[in-house]
Design a protein around this ligand. Structure first.
Ligand code: ADP
Length: 270
């Protein structure tokens, strides 16, 4: 149950009056608590691949005169260490994004260029699973942002769309312009017709380390940090990320970023 933490000071004010000062420290303690939870979770998540590497090293040792087995265990060791590396990279990314000064390298960049990079990263997986990636919409809009991070965010959504769909599925990446009360935004939506996410889980998937199906995530090298990183990348760019989904039908993740005037236009303005 939520509790309230107050710092209370009482000082007498003359004969019949006291001054009570109550300082609400609840928000501060909450931040501390989530930080503690995060550290505890990180420890837990790191233990799994570290434990696996240790067991595999023992297996290699005891299978020394069986080259076939040694190769098998060594390959698995490589996979587990890659996983460990990915986990550490994501933890560092996330803590940078949560810092007061996330150190963005901002530049004007076309959405189409970011999508080229993001899709190049997902292509191998898409080919392996025979998933068809379809790009539509006008991608010539320019946003001001950190190209690497925006690429990370979109690659993450596309990878998820592939992983959480059946083989030979179709993933549609659509770019459009949205006008909200006179402010213009670029929206990129990534739609799959995969397994979908229940309403209950839609509330939680942006939390760090949260996975609906741990096994499926793990088999695909997932860490449960991807969407949390996407959320923070969108936020540091003044944008948002949202999900629409129906269990068994599919999901659409939409990233919305503030629109910058096109490069041509800003050249004309300066
Ligand atoms: P993971 O590394 O496990 O993919 P994410 O943070 O990217 O972690 O996603 C969190 C969870 O949200 C996933 O484990 C999965 O259960 C669910 N999820 C994410 N994207 C999709 C999707 N396109 N379709 C269905 N479920 C999804």
């Amino acid at each position: 149950a939520p509790s309230l933490h107050l710092n209370v000071r009482v000082s007498p004010l003359g004969d019949r009056q006291v001054l009570v000062l109550a300082d609400d420290r609840t928000p501060l303690l909450r931040v501390d608590e989530t930080r503690r939870d995060f550290v505890a979770n990180v420890g837990h998540e790191l233990k799994t691949p570290i434990g696996a590497v240790r067991l595999l090293a023992e297996a290699v040792e005891s299978a020394a005169d069986d080259p076939e087995a040694v190769r098998h265990f060594a390959a698995r060791m490589q996979r587990e260490s890659a996983r460990l590396g990915e986990l550490v990279t994501q933890i560092i990314d996330l803590s940078r994004l949560q810092a007061d000064d996330p150190m963005l390298r901002a530049e004007f960049v076309q959405v189409g260029d970011i999508l080229d990079d993001a899709l190049a990263r997902s292509r191998e997986l898409a080919t392996k699973r025979a998933v068809n990636l379809v790009r539509t919409g006008d991608e010539e809009f320019t946003v001001l942002g950190d190209r690497t991070q925006l690429t990370d965010a979109l690659a993450n959504l596309v990878t998820n769309a592939i992983v959480y769909s059946d083989e030979k599925a179709r993933v549609a990446i659509t770019t459009s312009l949205v006008d909200e009360d006179g402010d213009n935004f670029v929206e990129v939506s990534v739609a799959d017709n995969g397994i979908g996410i229940s309403d209950e889980n839609q509330q939680r998937i942006f939390e760090r380390f949260y996975r609906v199906d741990y096994g499926r995530s793990r088999d695909n090298g997932g860490t449960g940090l991807g969407l949390s990183i996407v959320k923070h990348i969108a936020a540091v760019h003044g944008g948002t990320v949202n999900v629409w989904s129906k269990l068994g039908q599919g999901s659409t993740f939409t990233i919305r970023l503030p629109l910058q005037p096109s490069t041509l236009e800003s050249e004309r303005l300066s």
